[in-house]
Each structure stands twice: as C-alpha cells, then as structure tokens.
Ligand binder design. Structure first.
Ligand code: NAX
Ligand code: ADP
Length: 548
C-alpha cells in the first residue's frame, strides 16, 4: 500500500516526543534489524549459527542500531566482528556486542584517539596499520553479511578518506564483487528483493548516500536498506537505487502525518484498493465521459490505441473528438464509442498529433468549462508559449501533462528559456518533473522506466516501475487513454465538490500508470496492451483485485 516519504528532518522530529517519554526507539529499531538480518542469513546460508557478520561502526546512534542488532545475532550463534572506524562509537552498543562475544577491530583512522577503551589505531605504526587493514579486508571477504552502521540521518555528505579507501579496496576485492546490486535486478525497490551470497545491509540509510555518479566507487552499495520510522525522501530517488538496494521500512511507532510527506510510493495494492468501481445506482454519466482527441491522417493508429484503452478502462462513455477518418477506424473496433458532442468529464488531447482544426474546435468547446485535460505528444506544445498555463484556456482546470524525457526537455526549454536536454532530464527525473510541474502549474507525468508524477507543490507520486516491454511504439498513447478515463471517472464522481486536490489527482494519475504497468506485464506490443487494459480493469471491477 501507499508508502509516504518524508524529509529526514520530519522523521527525526517525530522521534522526539517518544524519546522524551522514555521510549527506547533504538531497541525497537535494532530488534527489527536483527530479525531482518536473521531472515537474510537463514535464506542465504540455511542458518544463523556459524554465520559471519561484520559491522562497520560509526560514531553515532546509527552504529548503536547496528551494534545492538549484531549482539542479538551473536546470541543466536553468529560470529560478529565490529570494525570501529572512529575513535568513538556507540558505547552501550559496543559493550553489548562485546558481551555477546563480538571481536573488535579498530580500523586505522586519521582521527585523533581520545578513547582509551578502543585501541589507538590512529597512532599506530605504518606496519600495524597495514596489518589492521589486512585484518579488516580478510574479515570482509569471509563475511556472509555486512552491516553499514557508519552514519545514519546525522551523516554529512562525504566519507572521511580512511573509510572511502576501505570501501574502495573492498569493492575491488572479490568479496565485494559478489554484491550484484545494480538497478533493474529486482522487480521492486520496496519489497522483498533477492539475497546474494554476501549481503550488505545499510542501517536506516546508506552512509554518504548521494545521487551523484562521481565518487560512487567509494560509497556503500547496499543490497538492502532497513529504514526506521518512516521512508526517508532521499531513499526514493531512482538515482540512488544502486546504493540503497531494496528498501524495507520498519515501523517503530512514530506518528507521521501524510500532510508532511513529500512523496508517495504506490504499488499494485493501491490499484486493487483504489481503482474506481461502478456504484450500484450509477449510470453512464455518473461513471464519467472522456473525450479523446487523438490520431490524424499521418498517425491514425494513435487514435485507435488511445480510444481502445479508454474504452477498456471501465469509463461510462468515450467520445471521439477527432477527424471522421479516425472515428471510422475507432467505431469499426469499438461500436460503443460516440461521435456526437455532449458533456465530458475529461479530455485527452494530442496522441498522434491531431490536425489543428480539430484541436481548435475542441479548445472552443472546452472554453468556459473546468473540464480537466490530459495533454500528450503534439498537444504538449500548447503549454509554455507563455510562462505557464495562467491566462490561457488551460487555466482554471486540472491539467495533466504526459511527456517522455524528450518532450519534457522541449517543454522545459520553452518554459525556462534555456536549453534543457533529455540527458539532463534522465539524470534527475524527479527534480525536473518537479520543476516542470512548478513552473507550468500542471500535474506532470514524466514517462520512463521509473515514471514520476509531480504536482505543482513539488509532491511526487512514484508508481512501482513497469516492465521494460512497455518501451514500444504506441504504448504512451495507451497510457494517455487510461489516464483520461480515470481522470474522467473521478471527476464525474467529484463534480459537485470542490476541485480534486492536486495531490489526489496525482494519486489518480499514479493509479493509471499502475494499470498500464499491469497491462504491460500481459502484452508485448501496444495493440495487445490496449486489449490487456480490458483484462486488468475487468479483474479489478469484477473480481476486486488483479490476478498476478
Ligand atoms: N534518535 C533516535 O533515538 C533514534 C535513532 N536511530 C538511529 O540513529 C541514527 C541517527 O543517529 P545520529 O544522530 O547519532 O547520527 P549518525 O549515527 O549518523 O552519526 C552522526 C555522527 O557522525 C558524525 N559525522 C557525520 N557525518 C560525518 C562525516 N561525513 N565525516 C565524519 N563524521 C561525520 C557527526 O559529527 C556525528 O558525531 C539514525 O539514522 C538511526 O540509525 C534509531 O535508533 C531510531 C531512534
Ligand atoms: N525501460 C522501460 N521500462 C518500463 N517502462 C518503460 C520503459 N521505457 C518506456 N516505458 C514506458 O513506455 C511508455 C512509452 O511512452 P511513449 O514514449 O510516449 O511512447 P509512444 O509515443 O510510442 O506511445 C511510457 O509509459 C513509459 O513509461
């Protein structure tokens, strides 16, 4: 179900009342972490007893979580080696790990040592330092599981060089190479994932998490991140997937309010729960009417694909607003499509670049209404000649833009008055979708492997990634039809209420992406994809959930 993401500061703030009330949040966090590690060990080795676990321990509470979890694993028979990376660490955590039998290596650090209870590695000879480093590397290479407890939410960007070089060396060694964590090896970033022979688990957040490519060799590349209290917004950026691995959220009892969230991650459970079903006393108009202006003499197929998916999505009625020629194709396939003019609850414009005369007629018909519009492909050029939709026919109505990276690059170049390339967009999809939403005042759905939906206030909806088979001509036309049908359905339900809040509209658009993804798992071309939408909507309406 929906997982909301919050800035770390909001999560840390939410810990405060519980800590003030004496709740031992670290005990909750470390217990859950130990359970997770135990599952990983059982899965990868068959048992916990005799397994080897290495803990990177930093100077703060993040190390505390890792050390208490390690102590729990030691009590279940795991061999624990703690590598302290600073002259101080979480004292009680270290003591608990030692009591449970952990050995401790003080990794050579450049820092001054003030704590006599930790060996004075910072002051040792070059020879001793080399030996300690060799001990750490040996331990890392034979560990079944490595815990990154270096820094958590208190971490600043940039690992000290003695840690960066350690990670670099380890990553170059055979042990680290078994870490198969690359984007795309998992079906979901937020779920169960797969375990590898040596598993690297980041505690709360990978240390020195950054979306930048530079310096990535020196950073932790986790297979899993076990995060506490709330999903940190930094963890959902698609660019950090290679560093976080699969993200697992542990509830430690914090009270977080959705209004403080900056993003929402949605998956099939949300679709099962939120897909609109016909009301028992509903009729075709109460279920929503969507107008489709798609297809042209040059691209008639786009009209067919967009209309097919809208018809198949379970909306009350579909009107074809384009040329006679497109309408004939469409009606030949879907006799229920209407060409007469009349009321509409949403309009999709642009797939297959419909001719100007139909576009102008449609814009005239929508004047003085608040009918939401979905602008795709050719129609995206209607935005951005001015700085935003303000003062144009698009103002005063919900507008959803559905560009791919190339289209967004053109749109943003117009909006911002500078050249924005699609490679820049691909390097930061969330950031650019937010920028486009903010400067246009529209909901922006940026298509791609990880589709991003941004609202003008910066809030994002991230649907789970779809299958790569969706990357096929016409697949975007199918998506536009789905989005139009869903927006019409919800708008029809809501038409006597105040306008749908932007975040709610973004959520509905997210459900459309999930329908598209589900259809994409059953088809390999756009024609079949449009048909598969009927299967998907049929299961959701008649059965209550997808068969997957
Ligand atoms: N606050 C709480 O009670 C809870 C905290 N939890 C854990 O505590 C973590 C936060 O703990 P802390 O606030 O102690 O933060 P960290 O454990 O991230 O460590 C912060 C310390 O590291 C130093 N530091 C940070 N970045 C550095 C860098 N790049 N180079 C050198 N030194 C650096 C800071 O000066 C500070 O001393 C969370 O991520 C989570 O793991 C959980 O146990 C849940 C409850
Ligand atoms: N690698 C990928 N993995 C998953 N989905 C993808 C991938 N590449 C593209 N898609 C999806 O396929 C669709 C392609 O849309 P679009 O580029 O508009 O194609 P077209 O214009 O041919 O219809 C979008 O929904 C996009 O999110």
């Amino acid at each position: 179900m929906s997982v909301f993401a919050y800035p770390s500061t909001v999560i840390v703030e939410a810990e405060r009342p519980l800590l003030d009330a004496g709740v031992d949040l670290m005990a909750r966090a470390s217990r859950a972490l130990a359970h997770f590690c135990a599952d990983v060990l059982r899965e990868s080795r068959g048992q916990i007893f005799g397994s080897r676990v290495c803990v990177f321990a930093g100077p703060g509470n993040n190390a505390g979580d890792a050390l208490f979890a390690a102590a729990a694993l030691a009590r279940r028979g795991a061999h624990i080696t703690v590598v302290t990376l600073f002259d101080r660490t979480h004292d009680q955590g270290l003591a608990a790990a030692r009591r449970a039998g952990a050995s401790v290596i003080s990794s050579p650090s450049a820092e001054e040592t003030t704590d006599p209870s930790v060996e004075a590695a910072g002051h040792c000879s070059a020879e001793v330092r080399a030996q300690l480093r060799a001990d750490v590397m040996r331990e890392l290479s034979r560990s079944d599981l490595v815990l990154d407890g270096i820094f958590g939410t208190g971490g600043r960007r940039g690992l000290p060089e003695h840690i960066a070089s350690l990670i670099r060396d380890w990553r170059h060694s055979a042990g680290a190479n078994s870490n198969t964590n690359t984007a795309g090896t998992r079906t979901s970033r937020f779920g169960t994932g797969t375990y590898t022979t040596q598993t690297l688990i980041a505690v709360d957040i990978p240390s020195d998490l950054s979306p930048a490519d530079t310096g990535s060799e020196d950073r932790i590349h986790a297979d899993h991140t076990v995060t506490f209290g709330g999903l940190k917004a930094e963890l959902i950026d698609p660019r950090v997937a290679a560093f976080t691995g699969t993200v697992h959220l542990v509830d430690i009892g914090l009270e977080l309010h959705e209004s403080q969230a900056t993003a929402e991650v949605v998956d099939t459970d949300d679709l099962n729960a939120g897909f609109p079903r016909p009301e028992p006393d509903g009729h075709k108009y109460s279920r929503g009417v969507v107008g489709i202006l798609a297809g042209s003499e040059e691209y008639p197929g786009a009209g067919v694909l967009t209309t097919t998916s809208a018809v198949n999505c379970g909306v009350g009625m579909v009107r074809s607003l384009g040329s006679q020629m497109v309408a004939e194709y469409v009606i030949g396939l879907h006799a229920e499509v209407v060409t007469a003019s009349g009321r509409m609850n949403a309009v999709v414009m642009g797939p297959g670049n419909p001719e100007d005369e139909y576009v102008h007629a449609c814009v005239d018909a929508l004047a003085n209404t608040n009918v939401p519009v979905v602008l795709d492909a050719g129609a995206l050029d209607m935005v951005g000649r001015a700085e935003s939709v303000k003062g144009t026919w698009l103002a005063e109505r919900p507008v959803v833009l559905t560009p791919h990276a190339g289209e967004l690059a053109r749109l943003l170049s117009r909006l911002l008055g500078e050249i924005i390339t699609s490679s820049r967009i691909n390097a930061d999809p969330i950031g650019w979708a937010q920028r486009a939403a903010q400067s246009s005042g529209c909901i922006v759905l940026l298509k791609g492997h990880q589709t991003v939906i941004a609202a003008p206030d910066g809030f994002c909806v991230l649907p789970e990634a779809g299958p790569a088979s969706l990357a096929t001509a016409g697949s975007g036309d199918v998506l536009a039809g789905i989005i139009g049908a869903l927006v019409a359905t919800f708008h029809a339900k809501n038409q006597h209420e105040p306008p749908l809040p932007e975040r709610e509209l973004a959520h509905i658009v997210g459900l459309g992406v999930l329908v598209h993804n589900a259809a994409g798992r059953r088809a390999v071309n756009a024609g079949a994809l449009g048909d598969a939408v009927a299967e998907v909507a049929g299961e959701l309406i008649h059965r209550g959930s997808l068969i997957e």
